[in-house]
Write a protein that binds this ligand. Structure first.
Ligand SMILES: [Fe+2]
Length: 178
């Protein structure tokens, strides 16, 4: 499973020409973010939305999944020294927050997701899922002069949705279901 580089290239170019829309992420240095709470009034490259639908199809996200209202769909940029500290995203009541992610640009070193204490080695264009409301997640520190560009799409679904059937284990059930 891989996202076509021509689409990623279009998003990378859009980031270059629209970087004034990004703001410094208050959660850490060397990080910027641009959030897209809706596709009616916010600017975005059309390939960004194409990729969302492609990822939903790849991961079998049901069409009734709702847009998360914690982070929304977003583009994150990190340069050398940037990283994401370990955290959980906010769930919405009994609805679990999860995210589909893909790197439009992979840094020379670092920038890899860490999910539930495990480093996930991903290539540019190689998507992954993070059950971000129930799995602690972070990233390794970006190294080198090539920036990391993350495309991230957030959803919520009820905790008992069959989409999560393979996800729950005792540990997560303990922290969320009780
Ligand atoms: Fe997160």
């Amino acid at each position: 499973m891989r996202i076509d580089d021509t689409k990623l290239e279009a998003v990378r170019n859009w980031v270059d020409t629209n970087f004034d829309l990004f703001y410094a992420n208050i959660r850490g240095d060397n990080r910027w973010i641009y959030q897209i709470p809706n596709y009616e009034t916010f600017k975005y490259p059309e390939e960004f939305l194409d990729i969302k639908y492609e990822l939903m199809d790849m991961f079998g996200v049901p069409v009734y999944a709702r847009q998360d209202r914690d982070i929304y769909d977003a583009i994150g940029v990190q340069i050398e020294g940037g990283f994401t500290h370990s955290h959980l995203d906010n769930n919405e009541g009994d609805n679990v927050h999860f995210r589909l992610n893909v790197l439009a640009s992979k840094s020379i070193g670092g920038g890899m997701p860490i999910i539930a204490d495990e480093i996930i080695e991903v290539e540019e264009g190689e998507p992954w899922i993070c059950y971000s409301g129930i799995e602690w997640h972070s990233t390794t520190e970006v190294k080198g002069d090539k920036r990391r560009i993350l495309l991230t799409y957030g959803f919520t679904l009820p905790k008992d949705d069959k989409f999560f059937d393979d996800v729950w284990n005792d540990y997560r059930r303990e922290m969320f279901l009780v």
